[in-house]
Design a protein. Structure first.
Length: 153
């Protein structure tokens, strides 16, 4: 693997660290005892399926900013398209993720699937680094698995 295709260590570490709230959400959802114990120290916002939903909404909006940064490498018509596409994840979250319902959870998961498609487009256009899609697929699989747990209960 060439150096420009290898995921940089800081990006990998920070990406994996960004999964911690999703994994914590899944663990505290699956373990009511742990959720109860954690509830003695943490706000309900940081326990169970709620933390995955709120953190996920924040991350999906954050990823719009990442795509916007990639759009700065484009020119002309491609730039206009890239900037327009970059705001979709944030707008999707704002409009579609409105509460802690299963419907919002499904829309949030769909937003992450859509984001992955945008990631693939930006990489195909040469706007994202060569390693970007490998990192995003790995992270998205974990995010979707974590978000889907409460839907299976």
């Amino acid at each position: 693997m060439t150096d420009d295709a290898r995921i940089p260590r800081p990006a990998l570490i920070l990406g994996l660290a960004g999964l911690i709230p999703f994994l914590w959400s899944a663990v505290t959802f699956l373990s009511p005892g742990l959720a109860t114990s954690a509830g003695q120290w943490l706000s309900p916002m940081f326990i169970g399926d709620y933390v995955g939903l709120t953190y996920g909404a924040m991350i999906l909006a954050f990823m719009s900013g990442v795509l916007w940064g990639f759009a700065t490498k484009a020119e002309g018509r491609e730039a206009a398209i890239a900037y327009t596409l970059s705001v979709i994840p944030a707008l999707w979250t704002f409009v579609m993720v409105s509460d802690a319902s299963d419907t919002s959870r499904i829309f949030l998961a769909a937003g992450f699937v859509g984001l992955l498609l945008l990631d693939a487009m930006f990489q195909a256009w040469g706007l994202a680094p060569r390693w970007w899609l490998r990192l995003r697929v790995m992270l998205t699989v974990v995010v979707l698995a974590s978000l889907s747990l409460p839907l299976q209960a």
